[in-house]
Ligand binder design. Structure first.
Ligand code: MG
Ligand code: MG
Length: 274
């Protein structure tokens, strides 16, 4: 069943969304060469506790996981892209880190993910991150009343095709609100003009993710971490978006959203871009 939210309920999700954005900004600031994934996990755990928020991941036990999950954030490095289990790993120069976070505040959930490079960024890594960010913005742009779910899927797929990245259809976006995963499923590949008609009050997590040279995935022995089947590097960008009478409302927008790199290299890049 698809539950449409009232404007007041969307405002409550926005409160959660702002907190998720704040945490992912903080993860972006802290993630650096020499930082252990477990330090990031514990820092985020502290932020969640202080805010009185509730982790959607803690005790999460879907059919595919070797659950229950006992962490509050997913941290996926390099060829890992989804559900990365925080573990004892120290980030190295040039690592690609995807951070995915879903929490609830007062019963309303928001879900967002971002990918960054720590230290020296390879151009090909920045390119795939940019592709997922552009695909996400293209998807948000068509998240308007009267459009179809297929328009969102087609918008993501078109950007992937332009960049030459294959698209996996096993994991994609989803509805959310009172819980992390609600109907409908939002595939990252599909036909424009097909599927559910979008209506005001529909709240969706849109989440393009790509691997450079494969659309196939493999699971780690931990039962959670999902990697590209050929070991190629990956990226993942996600926002929680509300469809309204007016423009799409991005509930997890970070200010500012960029850059995708940290420290000195980030400063260099933003100078070049400006
Ligand atoms: Mg997520
Ligand atoms: Mg999600």
């Amino acid at each position: 069943m698809i539950e449409l939210k009232t404007p007041a309920e969307i405002q409550r999700m926005h409160v959660t969304g702002r907190f998720v954005a704040e945490v992912l900004s903080e993860v972006g600031r802290l993630a650096d060469v020499g930082v252990n994934l477990l330090d990031l996990e514990h820092h985020v755990r502290g932020m969640i506790e202080r805010r009185g928020a509730e982790s959607c991941y803690w005790d999460y036990a879907p059919s595919f996981g070797d659950g229950p999950f006992r962490n509050v954030i997913c941290l996926s490095v390099n060829d890992a892209v989804l559900h990365g289990l925080p573990h004892d790993y120290t980030l190295r120069d040039g690592d690609v880190l995807s951070a995915d976070l879903a929490v609830g505040i007062d019963g309303w959930v928001a879900d967002s993910a971002r990918t960054i490079v720590v230290g020296t960024a390879a151009e090909e890594d920045l390119r795939i991150i940019r592709a997922t960010e552009e695909a996400l913005e293209a998807a948000i742009e068509v998240a308007r009343p009267g459009n179809r779910l297929g328009d969102i899927s087609a918008a993501i797929w078109a950007v992937a095709r332009d960049y030459g990245y294959p698209v996996n259809t096993e994991f994609g976006g989803h509805g959310l609100g009172r819980t992390m995963h609600e109907a409908p499923h939002v595939p990252n590949k599909g036909k424009a003009g097909r599927g559910l008609t979008l209506r005001p009050g529909l709240t969706l997590a849109l989440e393009p993710w790509f691997a450079r040279t494969t659309d196939r995935i493999v699971y780690d022995p931990d039962g959670w971490t999902i990697r590209s089947a050929d070991g190629s590097r990956t990226a993942h960008s996600e926002h929680t978006v509300a469809i309204t009478e007016d423009a799409p409302l991005v509930l997890t927008r970070r200010e500012p959203e960029h850059p995708a790199t940290q420290g000195e290299s980030a400063a260099r890049l933003s100078t070049k871009d400006a």
